[in-house]
Write a protein that binds this ligand. Sequence first.
Ligand code: ZN
Length: 96
Amino acid sequence: MVEDSSKPCIFCEIVAGCSPARVLLENETCISFLDIAPASRGHALIIPKNHYRDIYDIDPNILAESMKMTKEVAELLEQKLNPEGSTLFQMNRIVG
Ligand SMILES: [Zn+2]
């Protein structure tokens, strides 16, 4: 699938503060917020603040920063929700 750059990116809108989000954590590089259609309790997204198309496009250092925040979010949710377990996904282009 070719990315349609004429459509606004919802994640960039959240980063810009133009779309609402329940933010969990934020730093200079990344932001984490709750999914608007959660698949499970505590369903959170962690994204870089700069737009990258997918894992093939992202700078490895920014990817590392997003994984650092992923651990922080996992620990936050572990503490707040005490889940039986957790799952991590990293999606690229069309995901079925
Ligand atoms: Zn974007």
